[in-house]
Design a protein around this ligand. Structure first.
Ligand SMILES: [Zn+2]
Length: 502
């Protein structure tokens, strides 16, 4: 049986329009999902929107509209990212409106309650509305502000439901140190283990109906309390996979799959500590892998409405093209450390890398195919076979290691080698020599095959351009990813321009 993979993005708050940072997480997750599908793995890729949060209730209050209306309007903006970003997810779950979500959250709550891990207690703590989380004084920055939002937390006192997180410290440490719950990059694995070193305190998992403005999912059998948004939001993953409404689907997509969450480093604690503990309590399989990415900054600043420098991903995709934006987000935005976005850098990447390296090679190879009669010549041995086949392995290894930028670096290094090969062999000089025709055809065939396989390895990253490259070479997009298996389906078209410069 093929390997099955469940892969998700974190679900964003919908109190504002989507920004470039979340677009980067969507494109990253989409590229990983597409790559695994290309390699014959059975993938279930899910994203959605986190709508039951106090932040949304407050934003609606400020705008003077009903919360349900505000979240529906903004959720539509997130759903509408699929087309400009070239996304191919299998599912989209809205936590306030999807009929699968509420029953799943309630079932998860009851499962933890039945295990004795939920109890009521009076609580007074420092709460950041932005994070929807309580902080201990030690977790705040040196000025006593939320480290994510640089705002003072509110002192909140009320009677809440608590989750017995403290019970799970040893189990979590064992899962993380054994890599049974694999956290990458390594720095975030160490950060997760550091949370555990301080010991775990039980966490508040509900709030009063009054403080929640009546918005959110009620605690089962307790009309005074609403379920804490993190408990609610995290449940989206299993709910999309079928939990509490479709056992067969849940068996295939959660129990029987490699369970992978892609998330930003700001929500590590929720995914590495709270979420596996909740699943352990409920007797459900924990994630296999947390892939944690760094942030996109714009001119050096963190993106966020509160910091006033959002960059609209839809505008960028329309102005520069889906694949140009995807390329920048996958190659020049690193998973491993914060990366700065500027429009000038995007233009540089389009011109110097996509147009000059990729576009140029495809145009030259299509021209050569045409010169040999308009079609790709018959197979023959080529010195390009081995390095091209090796590229496919390098790309897979880089994607599995959550280093997509390394996959693209390997692909572009190969493109540079192919461009050098064309310059060195100068096959157009052979065209008029009747004695050299066989040699010419061998060179052209090798180049066409190498370009085809490179386009195939680019497909998860640049799906639109990959298809256009094959069309431009006149090659069958369904041919297997093995050197020598390419088939011509039409004449090559050297005239098309893949990445027009502005
Ligand atoms: Zn905060």
């Amino acid at each position: 049986m093929n390997e099955r993979i469940f892969i998700s993005t974190a679900i964003p708050y919908v109190n504002a329009a989507p920004h470039l940072g979340f677009a980067a997480e969507l494109v990253l997750t989409d590229a990983l999902a597409r790559h695994h599908r290309e390699r014959g793995r059975e993938v279930f890729a899910v994203t959605g929107t986190d709508e039951n949060s106090l932040k949304n209730a407050r934003a609606a209050e400020a705008a003077g509209v009903p919360v349900a209306q505000l979240v529906a309007q903004n959720a539509a903006l997130f759903q509408a990212l699929a087309e400009p970003l070239g996304l191919d997810f299998d599912d989209f779950i809205r936590t306030s409106a999807d009929p699968r979500h509420r029953p799943g959250v309630e079932a998860l709550w009851r499962a933890c309650l039945a295990r004795g891990d939920l109890y009521r207690r009076r609580y007074r703590g420092l709460y950041c509305v932005g994070c929807e989380a309580f902080y201990t004084p030690a977790e705040l920055d040196p000025e006593g502000l939320c480290p994510e939002h640089r705002r003072p937390p509110e002192v909140v006192e009320e009677e809440n439901w608590f989750f017995r997180l403290s019970r799970f410290a040893d189990q979590l440490a064992e899962l993380i140190t054994s890599d049974r719950l694999r956290i990458r990059p390594e720095a975030h694995r160490n950060a997760a283990l550091a949370f555990l070193q301080f010991g775990l305190q039980d966490i508040s998992v509900s709030r009063s109906v009054a403080r929640a403005r009546g918005w959110g999912i009620g605690v089962p059998d307790d009309p005074t309390q609403v379920i804490y948004v993190w408990f609610d939001a995290l449940a989206n993953y299993i709910n999309a996979a079928g939990y509490a409404h479709d056992e067969a689907r849940f068996e295939a997509r959660w129990h029987g799959a490699r369970r992978v969450h892609v998330l930003g480093k700001g929500v590590l604690r929720f995914h590495a500590i709270y979420w596996p503990a909740i699943l352990l309590s409920a007797g459900l399989p924990v994630p296999d892998e947390l892939l944690v990415h760094a942030y996109v900054t714009v001119e050096g600043d963190k993106i966020g409405k509160s910091l006033g420098n959002t960059v609209d991903p839809v505008h960028l995709a329309h102005a520069y093209g889906t694949d140009v934006l995807r390329y920048f987000l996958l190659r020049h935005v690193r998973t491993t450390h914060d990366s700065d976005f500027t429009e000038a850098a995007l233009v540089r990447a389009r011109d110097a890398e996509l147009a000059d390296q990729l576009g140029n090679l495809v145009r030259r190879v299509a021209g050569l195919c045409r010169s040999t009669g308009g079609r790709v010549p018959e197979p023959g041995p080529s010195p390009l076979a081995e390095p091209t086949q090796a590229l496919l392995c390098t790309v897979d290894a880089a994607v599995q290691a959550f280093l997509p930028h390394q996959a693209l670096e390997a692909i572009f290094a190969h493109l540079a080698a192919l461009n050098r090969y064309v310059a060195e062999e100068a096959p157009w000089r052979l065209a008029r020599d009747p004695e050299a025709q066989e040699r010419l055809h061998r060179i052209v065939y090798g180049l066409a095959e190498a370009t085809r396989l490179t386009a195939c390895s680019l497909k998860p990253f640049l799906p639109v351009s990959s298809a256009r490259i094959l069309a431009q070479l006149g090659l069958d997009p369904g041919a297997p990813p093995v050197f020598g298996a390419g088939r011509a389906v039409g004449p090559a078209d050297p005239g098309a321009v893949l990445f027009p410069k502005g």
